[in-house]
Every structure is written in C-alpha cells, then in structure tokens.
Ligand binder design. Structure first.
Ligand SMILES: Cc1cc2nc3c(=O)[nH]c(=O)nc-3n(C[C@H](O)[C@H](O)[C@H](O)COP(=O)(O)OP(=O)(O)OC[C@H]3O[C@@H](n4cnc5c(N)ncnc54)[C@H](O)[C@@H]3O)c2cc1C
Ligand code: SF4
Ligand code: SF4
Length: 398
C-alpha cells in the first residue's frame, strides 16, 4: 500500500490529477510544513492499482508546437484595468460562455484561499480576473472539468502549465475535443501557507480582517504594478512591486514551490496548452507604438484549436505581430525556470517558528552587507593573491 504518489517529493507540482483518477477516493491534498499541498494516500483505502502514478504527468515527453506569436490587447479599457496584462483571458472566457461552455480559473474564496472554480456566466469571470501570486488548489476543478467533458459540455480550463499538464493527463483523448486549455508563462507559485501567514500579519497591523487582495493593481501603471489589500473596515494597504514584502519575496523566488525550478519541459514551444498568455514585458522597446501602460498581452498560439478560439473572440481584441526573441531579456520565464533563492531554507526555518515576518523577509532580501561582500571577494581571489594577502596580514600583525 502506498502513502504517497511520487517518490521524489520535489518533482510533484501539486496539480491534483492523481486525486481525480483514484477509483477509491484514497488521495487527498494536504499541506506540508512549507504550506504547499501534496497528495497523501490513505493506505486503508488504496488497492495498489497504481493509476495515480501512471497518470501523473511529471516526466511525460512533450512534443514541440509550431507556435504563432502575437501581441494583443482587449479593446475594453475597464476590463483591461481589472486584468493583469492585456485582458485576453476574459475575451476567450466570454466566447466559451457564449457557446454554452464552462470556464475554470483561479479565484479567492471567503477565507482568502485561492482555488480553481467553474464559471457558468460572465458575472463569475470577475472572480478569476487578475493573477494571484499563490498556488491555486486545482484538484477538485480537474475532477469537475473531466466530468463535464465526459457529458459533452465544452470547457475552457485556465491555469499554470503544470495544472494543464495534469488535466490533459486524466481527460481521455476522445473527451478532449471540446476542451480549450489556456496556460501562461509561469514564473512559479508561492506557498499558500506563506500567503495566509502574510495576511495574518497585515490583519494584526491594521486591526481588521482582509477581505480582498489584488496582486496587479494598475493605479500607478501596468509596468509599475502594486499589491492592494482591502480590509473589512474600509482601510487599504498599498505597496508597489518594489515595496511590498510579499511581492518582493515572490519575484526573488524566496518561497516558490520546489517543482517550479524543474519544469523545463513546460516552457518555450513544449507547452501543452492550446494558448499561452503572458505580459508583453519589453513593450517599450518591442512595440512602443502600442504601449500606453494600461496592459498588453503576449500570446503564443500553440494548436489549431487555439487559433480557432482566437478567431472566435477577434472582434474584442486589437492584435499585432510579435516575436519572442526580443522579449526574453525582459521575460526570462518564457524559456527558463526560476533559480532557487540562496536563502530559501533560511526563510522556511524562520517561517516554521514565527510565520511570515516582514522584518525577517526584508533582511533576507537585502543584498550582502560590506563585510559579507568583502569576504566573498576574498574567497574568489586567485591562489597567488591569497598567498600575498596572508603574507601581508602576517607582516601587519608583526
Ligand atoms: C503565479 C503566476 C506567475 C506568472 N508569471 C508570469 C511571468 O513570469 N511572465 C509573464 O509574462 N506572465 C506571467 N504570469 C501571467 C500573467 O500575469 C497574466 O496572468 C496573463 O498574462 C493573463 O493576463 P490577462 O490580462 O489576459 O488575464 P487576467 O484577467 O489577468 O487572467 C488571469 C488568469 O490567470 C489565472 N490565474 C490567476 N492566478 C492563478 C493561479 N494562482 N494559478 C493558476 N491560474 C491563475 C486565472 O484563472 C485567469 O485565467 C503569471 C501568472 C501567475 C498567476
Ligand atoms: S499527479 Fe500532480 S499532484 Fe499528483 S503526484 Fe503527480 S504532480 Fe503531484
Ligand atoms: S513554475 Fe512550473 S511547476 Fe511551478 S507552477 Fe509554474 S508550471 Fe507549475
């Protein structure tokens, strides 16, 4: 009887596909000490069919796509303001709902946890709009999407590349015809436990409950985005990406999921989704005539199904040709996985004792001080220089 699905824990992306394929409902997602969800198998229910391991998408070969790359922007300025990039997700989602389909995406629940939900009408799409820089629990949504597709109902599923990989692994090929998958260029996902702890720190500071959180507020512009927390008593906490400690820790990879440094096969032209969305970072150089700092999307259209879906919502978008080569410098996640922050372990050691502490995070993110910089420089000196330095020190000491 097994107790887990993957032997190497760090490879598990937490997509939740194994939960939905288990015929005995023996698998549940449980948080580890870092606050990330991992599958846990109840040995009393497990019948050792190994379906979970067989269906797990990690390590499965991926074929490269013949991608078409474009820039795009939703024509509706209000809708764009509430979206992270150019608002393309909502155009695709509206088109799916108009066809009688269901859209799955990430939303906050009342407890400020992020999970995937299904939207049957346009009003529900507002909950999904905007990037949430915390891992979303997609295990139930994958099971629901699979069941809808088996009944012939069209589905748009939007999520991280690994969530799409998980979904495709458990939906039978004959049921994929009505499935449109949309992923994004993915920097990585932070721990839900860390985000929850950060919210508790904010609540203690402001003396009120957090009722809303936006990671990509555009009041200072699309490029200089800010995080905004809203409280039950009407107060607001605002911090730009250069100030807000939680955002800074995310962007510097301090608390990303371990699998986020290993998912090389879900990048470049090897993605599984029909359409890949991204921010058109570098627009000021690549397409300055289109850049009014209200948000632009970069899109990779990976499959014929993706092309058809783009055609169906073309009236809502301004579209223009683009190439990725010029943009890699501004958006390295298009091709590369994030590197682990050298102080990640130190962060989680402190987190286990005290939870998220802004002061501790600020210290970990600060560059090395003068003494540390000097020691590092000395450690990298060539051997001859080290000998001369030791001789000099010996002479000084007499
Ligand atoms: C964790 C994360 C990391 C990202 N890293 C990069 C990056 O490095 N470079 C880059 O160019 N773009 C990145 N993006 C994508 C980008 O921020 C936009 O989400 C994307 O361009 C779509 O923008 P939009 O304006 O079309 O739609 P929006 O309205 O902003 O659409 C948001 C969509 O993202 C989904 N979503 C939001 N949060 C999550 C989540 N936690 N898990 C799964 N799905 C979620 C929603 O379901 C919705 O479909 C990232 C997004 C996330 C969530
Ligand atoms: S299917 Fe997903 S959640 Fe399950 S073990 Fe594999 S990667 Fe982890
Ligand atoms: S970086 Fe990779 S493993 Fe992490 S959430 Fe994104 S696609 Fe999944």
């Amino acid at each position: 009887m097994r107790t887990t699905v993957r032997q190497k824990k760090a490879e598990c992306t937490g997509c939740g596909a194994c939960v939905s394929v288990c015929p005995k409902a023996a698998i549940t997602m449980k948080a580890d000490e870092e606050g990330f969800l991992y599958p846990s198998v109840d040995p009393a229910l497990c019948i050792s069919c190994d379906l979970c391991e067989k269906k797990c998408p990690v390590g499965q070969p991926h074929e490269p796509h013949d991608q078409k790359v474009i820039g795009a922007q939703n024509k509706d300025a209000d809708l764009r303001r509430g979206s992270s990039s150019g608002g393309v997700f909502t155009a695709l989602a509206k088109s799916m709902i108009a066809q009688g389909g269901v859209v799955f995406g990430a939303a906050f629940d009342e407890e400020m946890r992020v999970e995937h939900i299904g939207a049957f009408d346009e009003a529900d799409l507002a909950l999904m709009r905007g990037s949430k820089y915390v891992q979303s629990d997609s295990s139930e949504a994958i099971a629901h999407a699979k069941a809808l597709l088996e009944r012939g109902i069209p589905v748009l599923f939007s999520g991280t590349p690994c969530q799409i990989d998980g979904l495709l692994a458990c939906v039978k090929p004959q049921h994929q015809e009505r499935l449109l998958t949309v992923d994004f260029v993915c920097h990585g996902v932070p721990s839900p436990g860390v985000f929850a702890s950060y919210l508790r720190e904010l609540e203690a500071k402001y003396g009120s409950r957090v009722t809303g959180y936006t990671f990509r507020d555009k009041r200072f512009g699309w490029k200089n985005f800010a995080a905004v927390a809203t409280f039950a008593d009407g107060q607001e906490h605002i911090g730009t990406q250069l100030e807000e400690p939680y955002l800074r820790g995310f962007l510097k990879n301090l608390y990303l999921r371990p699998s986020c440094t290993q998912c090389h096969d879900l990048r470049g032209d090897r993605r599984r989704a029909d359409i890949t969305m991204a921010d058109l970072w570098g627009a000021q150089e690549a397409c300055p005539h289109m850049d009014n700092d209200t948000g632009l999307s970069l899109l990779m259209i990976n499959t014929p199904k993706g092309r058809k879906a783009m055609d169906a919502c073309a009236r809502e978008l301004t579209v223009f040709p683009m190439r990725t080569e010029k943009l890699l410098r501004f958006n390295p996640s298009i091709e590369k996985t994030a590197a682990v922050h050298e102080k990640r372990a130190a962060f989680f050691a402190g987190f286990a004792k005290n939870g998220f502490e802004t002061e501790a995070v600020e210290k970990l993110l600060a560059g090395p001080g003068r003494v540390e910089r000097m020691i590092r420089r000395i450690a990298h000196l060539p051997k001859g220089a080290m000998r001369r330095l030791r001789a000099l020190l010996a002479r000084v000491r007499g």
